[in-house]
Ligand binder design. Structure first.
Ligand code: GLU
Ligand code: ZN
Length: 465
């Protein structure tokens, strides 16, 4: 039997963890968790100018939040630069690499401005190592480099199109490609699953592995691009892409993970919302579609709403708490109201305007609601509030009784329930829309309800004013 698969996520800490990275991590993680393999994390921190340590923290934090747990210690690529440089020198010794002393100006003069690629000028010049020389890989002149991509099928590159790329810069530092290929081998990675933007680097990666005598990985997969609603590649500037930003906007990690799983993959039964353990069971890399995947925020919101609904009242309160303006108040009323709130909350910040009347001394008055309900017909509002105050002083304090009571008060004034309850809702919650009124009143309690009805009546002023 083959050894257990070993997969990895290998982010560069040059930016926050974005949804594309998280999706790559997730797909690797899914394979590892289903097969009993390992999911490793390697921070590719060799770009000294662009790396910032706090970005590594951000990546780890976002992965923990999502629940993408990795196996073993985090591997830092920068700790292995000496091994990578030694690998490059072994290629030199074997004749698979050579020193090049061309300056950028030389290159540009030979190939013309704007063009790229290296013409092999120093291949047979036997340049000696010096303070400004770079080590280049001697890429094969002919033939092809091929691989089977589980998602894309067989992919083939003409070796003639592969330039003699740099392995060691004149500073002596290995390039990303070399470190990446050698680290994967050192970590025993069997499945290389990464973004489509790496397809063109893969032949170089494979040629290097061959030349270094390091067996190729068993499985290679390049995940589809993520695009926005205009079918444009998701961009940091245009789109919201950082995982941390979705957390701040009130998405649940479980909803985020479910949505990420659908970016390029769909279960055969088309059931999109399902527990992670079922996604783990069903996910197959070979079922991933190579076409660009639409990162649909509306769909994410819909999925999030479903996950919010499914929370226990306690879990709902825990999730919502960081988004409340006054979390120091008792959360018990919110817990009591949770089942009805959960039907209405799509993202966690939606809860605050639905519950602020419970934890503020006075409701936040929404002027438009007041004008619409109280201002339009103050006489009706006044009459309703007065009668309601009398009726509510006596009634049994639960949602059903309050409902029946207000229905009756409304009838006395010739009003249907909707019209009858509007002034009561605005008086008590400050707004004309919100969670179901009678449950809300039950939770708020008689004393506070009556106080607010009185206060609204005072604000309406005397009849005829
Ligand atoms: N460090 C690379 C990146 O962040 C990933 C390389 C890989 O997965 O092989 O794009
Ligand atoms: Zn050269």
């Amino acid at each position: 039997m083959a050894d257990a698969p070993r997969l990895r996520f290998a982010p560069s800490p040059t930016g926050y963890l974005h949804v594309g990275g998280a999706r790559a991590a997730l797909f690797n993680w899914l394979v590892a968790r289903r097969t009993g393999g390992e999911f490793l994390l390697r921070i590719e921190d060799t770009d000294r100018e662009r790396n910032r340590p706090e970005l590594t923290d951000n990546i780890l934090e976002a992965m923990r939040w999502l629940g993408l747990d990795w196996d073993g210690d985090v591997v830092y690529q920068a700790d292995h630069l000496d091994e990578h440089a030694a690998g490059a020198r072994s290629l030199l010794a074997a004749g698979d690499a050579y020193w090049c002393d061309c300056t950028p100006e030389d290159l540009e003069a030979r190939r013309g401005k704007g063009a790229s690629g290296y013409d092999g000028h120093c291949r047979d010049r036997a340049v000696a190592e010096g303070p400004t020389t770079a080590l280049r890989f001697r890429a094969p002149d002919d033939g092809t480099t091929e691989f089977d991509d589980v998602i894309r099928g067989s992919v083939s590159f003409d070796n003639a199109t592969i330039e003699d790329f740099v392995l060691l810069r004149s500073s002596g530092l290995p390039v990303f490609l070399l470190s990446n290929a050698m680290d994967d081998a050192a970590m025993g990675i069997t499945h290389v699953v990464r973004g489509e933007d790496h397809v063109n680097g893969t032949p170089k990666y494979l040629l290097l592995r061959d030349a270094l005598g390091l067996a190729r990985p068993d499985v290679i997969a390049h995940l589809p691009l993520l695009v926005n609603e205009s079918r444009k590649k998701l961009s940091k500037r245009r789109d919201s892409v950082a995982v941390g930003e979705f957390r701040e906007r009130g998405f649940l990690p479980e909803a985020m993970m479910n949505h990420l799983a659908l970016l390029g993959w769909g279960p055969k039964d088309d059931v999109e919302i399902r527990p992670m353990r079922e996604i783990i069971e069903r996910f197959r890399l070979g079922d991933v579609n190579p076409a660009p995947a639409f990162f649909d925020e509306k769909k994410l919101e819909h999925i999030n709403a479903e996950y919010v609904r499914a929370l226990s009242p306690e879990a709902f309160v825990d999730a919502v708490e960081p988004f409340l303006v006054r979390p120091e108040r008792s959360l018990e009323p919110i817990r009591q109201l949770a089942p009805v709130l959960q039907q209405r909350v799509r993202v966690l910040p939606d809860a605050e305007p639905m519950v602020d009347f419970l934890h503020l001394d006075e409701p936040v008055r929404d002027q438009a609601s007041w004008d619409k309900v109280m201002g339009k017909d103050p006489a009706v509002a006044r009459a309703m509030l007065k009668s309601t105050i009398d009726a509510f002083a006596e009634v049994e304090w639960d949602a059903d009784a309050l409902h029946a009571c207000l229905l009756r008060v409304g009838e006395e004034h010739g009003l249907k329930l909707g019209k009858a309850q509007a002034p009561v809702r605005v008086a008590v919650t400050g707004r004309s829309v919100g969670p179901p009124l009678f449950e809300s009143l039950e939770v708020l309690g008689r004393t506070a309800t009556l106080e607010r009805l009185h206060a609204a009546l005072d604000d309406l002023g005397p009849a005829g004013a």
